[in-house]
Design a binder for this molecule. Structure first.
Ligand SMILES: [Zn+2]
Length: 586
């Protein structure tokens, strides 16, 4: 998940921060609640899923997919072969067959340069077409896509975008999503569920919503919790090292707090699917969708600040990234504002301590100022988002700091009568009323800034967001208990090319002469056994394990570039202000 090709349905992808466990990603498709009314009535379709066991096993290791819908012409069913940087989705698909009203329908299978798996009808079709195929899953112990189909003794499942081959079809569908009894030995237990509900559910929207949804079968630990009319259902696959019932209660509280910010009274339940993957150790990351999120967590992670922030962040994508987004890419909004709101919503709702908020704010500030690309223009970010790990993090951090600056400016200009919350609620209403699925026009946000702050606000927007100037949140942006003070920060430099070094056979590649890594003793070509990079934090040691004379050797160093430090700032507690007053303005 370190890298992603731009798959058609992936509108946001995870930067390598994923590796550092702060991941954030959104899969496409607007929430159906946000979809504008369209003239044509929805067309009926069916998606049937069957968990399948290999001979003799009672553990499902594949899903049999049957998709039925009326089509015209010579449809082509497509599946991205590379999703969030995970290649090989096509190889997991086998036994594809199709039938329509005229009978069996031959399919031509090819892998395009996309890379995309295409299953193309060999003739014009008539009436309802049913496509069937098997999607194989990867055991959790093996290398595989983090959010693709994975299985263990507790069940099988993943995000649709990794295994659903769908035709391109712009209309709305009313899709019945059903789980058939498992194709497994008698006595194999389990139940199916998806983003849309239980064993049988229905959803109306574009087919891309099927890709953005999650599908799981098995016998997870299930925990549900309500907070007012916010309803959250959680399902945990694997053996999490945390109290799942308490986590579900917490998730309902943060979901309620976020709904309130965006004035969302949709009564539908929100689903959280969690998969334990041994490779993640004590880390986690997730994917946010309009009505659900999927988390991949390590078996050692507890329900601490990192995982809580992860949950709050992915849930926020229901609004920031799905309902509200701008045509083209606007990572500074969909990721940066999400980073900001995850921090302040948790604090306002009493779901984080002042110390936890302070730590989170300083992680964001440090990663911004230590990033060699801190001042990249928005165009450079757009062009290079998928090409550079460090560049892809700039919109998260600079966008978050700009959100804090903008909130302060709106409060000041309105003498405390308005805040960023009000401005975003207005944009969310505008997005809900807008036709089409591509998001608001890019100018919509800037127009909002002009409404709130006049021409001076627009100039700051252009300077910070478009041209990369340093954001300047007011000192009291996070309430009376925190203030900011100047701080110089070293520029982060790992000292070798981690992406190239992690390609098998793993070895140190692209070592920078004179870097902290070289001075600490790393040598070009060293066999690389493990890497804990302290991503974009020059104040925390990187630990690189290499092999020397057949023995593992851990090389530790501060990943800071030699040379002058940069001017930045940090947040500190104001002495004498009690915790009870630490709630940010809201
Ligand atoms: Zn995100």
């Amino acid at each position: 998940m370190l890298r992603s090709g731009v798959a058609p349905f992936v509108r946001w992808s995870a930067p390598p921060a994923v590796a550092a466990g702060i991941l954030v990603a959104v899969l496409g498709a607007r929430s159906s609640a946000a979809a504008p009314p369209r003239a044509a009535p929805p067309v009926d379709a069916t998606l049937e899923l069957t968990a399948a066991c290999e001979a003799g096993s009672t553990e499902p290791s594949a899903l049999d997919i049957a998709l039925s819908l009326p089509l015209r012409g010579r449809p082509v069913f497509r599946l991205d072969d590379e999703v969030f940087g995970s290649r090989g989705m096509a190889a997991l698909v086998s036994s594809a067959t199709a039938v329509d009203a005229r009978g069996p329908l031959a399919l031509t299978r090819r892998l395009t340069a996309g890379p995309t798996l295409e299953l193309a009808a060999a003739r014009e079709v008539t009436g309802t077409v049913t496509l069937r195929y098997r999607a194989r899953s990867v055991p959790v112990a093996d290398d595989g896509a983090r959010f693709g189909l994975r299985h263990d003794a507790t069940g099988i499942g993943g995000v649709g975008g990794y295994f659903l081959a769908l035709p391109e079809s712009p209309g709305d569908y009313r899709v019945r999503v059903t789980w058939a009894p498992p194709a497994c030995p008698a006595g194999t237990g389990g139940e199916g569920a998806s983003t849309f509900g239980g064993a049988t559910a229905e959803t109306t929207g574009g087919l891309d919503e099927l890709r953005a949804a999650a599908y799981f079968f098995g016998h997870p630990r299930v925990a549900a919790a309500d907070d007012g009319d916010a309803r959250v259902r959680t399902a945990w696959f694997g053996e999490p090292a945390l109290d799942t019932a308490a986590a579900a209660r917490w998730a309902a509280r943060v979901f309620a707090a976020e709904r309130a910010v965006f004035a969302d009274d949709d009564p539908g339940a929100y689903s959280v699917f969690v998969r334990v993957l041994p490779e993640l150790g004590a880390r986690s990351n997730g994917v946010g969708q309009p009505r659900s999120l999927v988390l991949a967590i390590g078996p050692a992670i507890g329900f601490g600040p990192r995982l809580r922030t992860n949950l709050a962040h992915e849930m926020l994508h229901r609004w920031l990234g799905h309902t509200l987004r701008l045509a083209g890419s606007s990572f500074w909004l969909t990721e940066g504002f999400t980073v900001h709101y995850a921090a302040v919503v948790m604090q306002r709702a009493g779901l984080s301590t002042p110390d936890e908020l302070l730590a989170e704010l300083n992680v964001t500030a440090t990663r911004q100022f230590a990033n060699e690309y801190a001042g990249a223009s928005n165009d450079e970010i757009r062009r290079g988002f998928f090409a550079s790990d460090a560049l892809s993090l700039v919109p998260y951090t600079r966008g978050a700091l700009y959100a804090a600056e903008l909130d302060g400016a709106i409060r000041r200009a309105s003498h405390g009568l308005r805040s960023l919350d009000d401005a975003l609620r207005a944009l969310v209403r505008e997005a809900r009323a807008a036709p089409g699925r591509d998001g608001l026009p890019p100018e919509a946000f800037r127009r909002m800034v002009v409404r709130e702050l006049g021409a001076a606000g627009a100039r700051r927007f252009d300077a910070v967001i478009e041209r990369g100037a340093r954001p300047e949140p007011p000192d009291d942006a996070f309430g009376p208990c925190f203030t900011r003070r100047p701080r110089t920060v070293a520029v982060y430099q790992l000292g070798f090319d981690d992406r190239r070094s992690l390609v098998a056979p793993r070895a140190i590649r692209g070592l920078v002469a004179g870097s902290a890594a070289a001075r600490a003793g790393l040598v070009e070509g060293d066999r690389l056994l493990a890497l804990e990079p302290s991503f974009l934090d020059p104040d925390h040691e990187a630990a690189v394990t290499v092999e020397r004379a057949g023995q593992p050797v851990v090389v530790r160093y501060l990943p800071a570039r030699p040379g002058p430090r940069r001017d930045g700032f940090e947040w500190v507690r104001v002495a004498g202000v009690p915790d009870a007053r630490c709630v940010p303005p809201g």
